[in-house]
Design a protein around this ligand. Structure first.
Ligand SMILES: [Zn+2]
Ligand SMILES: [Zn+2]
Length: 334
């Protein structure tokens, strides 16, 4: 089969060829709970950039990246009972957990000591086929095509977990209006909350995009909003946004960092944290997040905006994401 393979990450960003399109052996079932999936669409997530840039430690190499996978089951292990041949499934970032560590036992499997992540520690979706453990796969609502559903699997799931960490905030500010934000914005509005959007300074297109998804105010991340936020969600990987968001958040409010990697957070005066403001991160997802969000998305009328690329143009998709040239989410189609 064809796959786009990362052989060595590149911290210097010296080459635009992050992955190489290759003919590789078809993936095989490793455990009796595995399913083989023929991929119909695989999202390109910012985390993939962090992997190819060497910003996340110890990826499997060589690696097929990609953890927003939608496809159809074409093979299964003997113990597979949730899915039949031909069923459509989604594969997220959380690929496997141990089930016995303290985190797993307390319902925090997103923090499992031995978790394995798709497209990072196991081969993922930049390919024609992949293998996944059915216990970490999800049925996909027929409402969504393969391409349209792909961004739900990470931008949607982890975006939703990020929003959950904001509690019952009425006025939500979102920093960085990319794939996750465009999905979370629709959930925020469906829940009857107010939305402000913050983009790179001068990015009028992204601000218009945010307004089209229900933001009542959209502006530069460097400018104060017209009124203080109850909570801020940061999806851009820029540490300097943390003090900016704190300064824009009211007493008792929370700033939630939704990404897996961020540039360093500059020091800031204690007074912008004072008055019980909180800063926290979100790591990975639990299967409960996925069940909840995938049930909510069709009810909330969530639609995704995608830009498709043939699998052979994975490098162009990664470069466009890096430049911020996308409105919505990039999806590879094998
Ligand atoms: Zn565990
Ligand atoms: Zn992701």
């Amino acid at each position: 089969m064809k796959a786009a393979v990362l052989h060595q990450y590149d911290t210097t960003l010296s080459s635009p060829d992050f992955v190489a399109l290759e003919e590789v052996p078809e993936p095989e079932i490793q455990s009796q709970t595995d399913v083989v999936i023929r991929i119909g669409g695989a999202g390109v997530c910012r985390t993939d950039l962090h992997v190819v840039d060497g910003e996340l430690p110890d990826p499997k190499l060589p690696l097929v990246p990609g953890h927003e996978i939608i496809g159809s089951v074409v093979g299964k292990g003997e113990s597979v009972d949730r899915f039949a041949i031909g069923d459509r499934v989604g594969v997220p970032w959380l690929g496997w957990t141990c089930g016995i560590c303290e985190y797993c036992r307390k319902g925090h499997e997103n923090l499992c000591d031995r978790a394995r992540f798709t497209g990072y520690q196991t081969d993922g979706g930049y390919a024609e086929l992949t293998v996944a453990d059915e216990r970490y796969c999800f049925a996909i609502d027929p409402h969504y095509g393969d391409v349209e559903a792909a961004p739900l699997m990470c931008a949607g799931l982890i975006g939703y977990r990020t929003l959950r960490m904001a509690g019952d905030a009425r006025l939500v500010g979102i920093y960085g209006f990319g794939a996750a934000a465009h999905i979370v914005a629709q959930v925020v509005r469906h829940q009857g909350r107010r939305l402000f959007a913050f983009t790179r300074p001068g990015d009028v297109a992204a601000q218009d995009f945010a307004r089209s998804l229900g933001a009542e105010w959209a502006g530069d991340s460097t400018a104060p909003p017209p009124e203080p936020l109850d909570a801020a969600l940061i999806f851009a990987p820029i540490g300097a946004l943390v003090p900016a968001a704190l300064a824009a958040t009211r007493k008792g409010g929370t700033v939630v960092c939704g990404g897996i990697h961020m540039s360093d957070i500059p020091s800031f005066p204690y007074r912008i944290l004072w008055e019980e403001r909180a800063v926290r991160s979100v790591a990975n997802l639990t299967r409960r997040d996925a069940e909840e969000f995938l049930a909510l998305a069709p009810d909330a009328g969530v639609r995704t905006q995608t830009v498709t690329y043939p699998l052979a143009e994975a490098n162009r998709a990664l470069a466009d994401l890096r430049r911020g040239a996308l409105q919505g989410a990039a999806v590879l189609v094998p």
